[in-house]
Write a protein that binds this ligand. Sequence first.
Ligand code: PLP
Length: 455
Amino acid sequence: MRDDAPNSWESRADASSFYGFTDLPSVHQRGTVVLTHGKGPYIYDVHGRAYLDANSGLWNMVAGFDHPGLIEAAKAQYERFPGYHAFFGRMSDQTVMLSEKLVEASPFARGRVFYTNSGSEANDTMVKMLWFLGAAEGHPERRKIITRVNSYHGVTAVSASMTGKPYNSLFGLPLPGFIHVGCPHYWRFGQAGETEAAFTQRLARELEATIIKEGPDTIAGFFAEPVMGAGGVIPPSEGYFQAIQPVLKRYGIPLIADEVICGFGRTGNTWGCQTYGFMPDAIISSKNITAGFFPMGAVILGPELADRLQAASEAVEEFPHGFTASGHPVGCAIALKAIDVVMNEGLAENVRALTPKFEAGLAHLAENPNIGEWRGKGLMGALEAVKDKATKTPFPGDLSVSERIANRCTDHGLICRPLGQSIVLCPPFIMTEAQMDEMFEKLGAALKKVFAEVA
Ligand code: PLP
């Protein structure tokens, strides 16, 4: 609870720092949780309280908060070569090795990698690559980007324009040329009497109608998260990617998989596109690429886009884009280790082993009359709160039901995330069965308490 003394951590945080994506009334009332350290999947605040972080930080701390191998990899690389860029024909050996590893881990037979500091920048970079290609190949009009309503692609001006969330209007976004098509959430957007397969076909038809209306020659690319994460964990409707990919192919529009959350194991396979059986033209990666131990994003281009970008860059002598810390050697050394830890040291296996228990836990909590739906894939899941289960009527927004549930959980040492009317869980891949029991027990108690207050 809040400590209002002027020298308390809560007061100092309020006075000195801005919060991103934070419900300010909650913070004013409850105080900031100021953290000191972590151990396994637990984080500890300045008062010594422990919290089981069922959100892996922001989906990314999949190996927990103190993985010795990752810390060692960082230390060793800091001692060897603590920083460099990837401009002017120079890059670190770690950068080269990571690119090779990323391409090897990708579904592409061959490819090339471009590094950024974040997922937002990786999406921006991909958009700029597509614009650059359009201009270089004699199609400067090919600039429009299609994404989906409720998608999340980041916060920079371009990636926020791609993001299909209403709050972006507060910034006067999206920029012109960013188009949002339907969200593949059957439970919420399926019409009365419509089967899931028919819903999917309707979305594919809507996508094609949008492409034709906008002008196929004006579209540069289509971006999609395999499972929408910050939209509230929304797996695609049945057959979704199989239905939309032929539409995109018909008009020569690249399909970019934004795998910032799904990539490296979250859905049970290395990539979400493998889980859903589609082959993108490029992959956007970030978050668990370093298990959250270093800020990094990557654009992994498949063979066709890689070749075209090479040709377009040769034509003007360079690809004029990059960040000071692109391909940072310490980040790359950590990523090399993190990929190994996740893919070869049993973490990806643990995701697959824990998934049935995770799904059973979600399904059990969804028996609550105020949970309308549970959904998930691998170790990402959500429970959607409703006032009326039969009619799927949400609670009035001003009741802040999901925030109340999350706050209640925080009070009892569990971090989970309110997203719209949903509570989102994305446990770290190191979670044990006992920790998962703790997670569901605490969340179950919070649901009961809050629904009793508001229902
Ligand atoms: N794309 C997806 C699918 C994401 O979930 C996120 C962040 O949550 C981003 C992009 C943006 O990444 P970052 O916060 O590193 O800029």
